[in-house]
Ligand binder design. Structure first.
Ligand SMILES: NC(=O)c1ccc[n+]([C@@H]2O[C@H](COP(=O)([O-])OP(=O)(O)OC[C@H]3O[C@@H](n4cnc5c(N)ncnc54)[C@H](OP(=O)(O)O)[C@@H]3O)[C@@H](O)[C@H]2O)c1
Length: 224
């Protein structure tokens, strides 16, 4: 039976590498994307076509609902959920608008709650719930904070707290919940926010890892 794993933000960056690694592990990968359909389709090719690309703006509950029901209807029940998609904005809180703050919170944090809720409520063929793995992609910013990315850091801290609560709620029922607090990962879209000089500074002050290593942390729970 095919095991379906949904990876949000799989059109580029870390999520694309997560999708490639999961497909090498034999999973049927659903590559979630928002704006970059062509990039997602290219990643699906890298996955040997063992999967499908699905568009959704995960900051909106209705889009998440539509995406999960489409996957269930066309492919089956979701076995693993990787909440990877995320956005940031390099701006002091004093200068941010309500809309800008809401976009970061809804994309990074609310979406994880929406998708977990929807995957847990999937109609299942058998007695057992189909969902067995949830992985949230957080950041060291969620532990240490980051001046200039306060809202982003708050969402990443929120994912850590969410995962701790869900571990207690779900692990007795056989659902493994993980949260990965990544250090800096160079060469992704999120890093386009930084100037060359800032990137040099990041290399001096942060632990820096590659996209491949970041993806290995995320896919570890799926390795038998
Ligand atoms: N890069 C780092 O240094 C670093 C460090 C720690 C943690 N992280 C975390 O790792 C994750 C991936 O980061 P990255 O650097 O790989 O990012 P990235 O290259 O900027 O890619 C972001 C991904 O998220 C998707 N996305 C954004 N908004 C979305 C929305 N509203 N609905 C659906 N998908 C949406 C994008 O889809 P489209 O392209 O299709 O629009 C894209 O696939 C994030 O959660 C980030 O916080 C990154």
């Amino acid at each position: 039976m095919k095991k379906i794993v949904l990876v949000t933000g799989a059109s580029r960056g870390i999520g694309a590498e997560v999708a490639r690694q999961l497909s090498r592990l034999g999973f049927f990968v659903v590559l979630g994307y928002n704006k970059n359909k062509e990039k997602a389709e290219q990643v699906l090719k890298d996955c040997g076509g063992n999967g499908v690309c699905v568009q959704a703006d995960i900051s909106k509950y209705e889009d998440c609902e539509q995406m999960i029901s489409e996957i269930n209807k066309n492919h089956g029940e979701i076995y693993g959920l990787v909440c990877n998609a995320g956005v940031t904005q390099k701006k002091l809180l004093i200068d941010q608008t309500e809309k800008e703050m809401a976009e970061i919170i809804n994309t990074n944090l609310m979406s994880a709650m929406y998708l977990t809720n929807l995957c847990l409520n999937q109609e299942s063929e058998g007695f057992e719930k189909p969902l067995k793995h949830i992985v949230f992609v957080s950041s060291v910013d969620g532990i240490k904070g980051n001046a200039g990315e306060a809202v982003y850091s708050a969402t990443k801290g929120g994912l850590i707290a969410l995962s701790k609560s869900l571990k207690d709620e779900l692990e007795p029922f056989g659902v493994a919940v993980e949260c990965v607090e990544l250090p800096a990962v160079l060469g992704t879209g999120m890093m386009d926010e930084y100037t060359k000089e800032e990137l040099e500074e990041i290399k001096k002050t942060y632990k820096v890892i590659s996209k491949e290593t970041a993806a290995e942390y995320i896919t570890k729970p799926f390795v038998k």
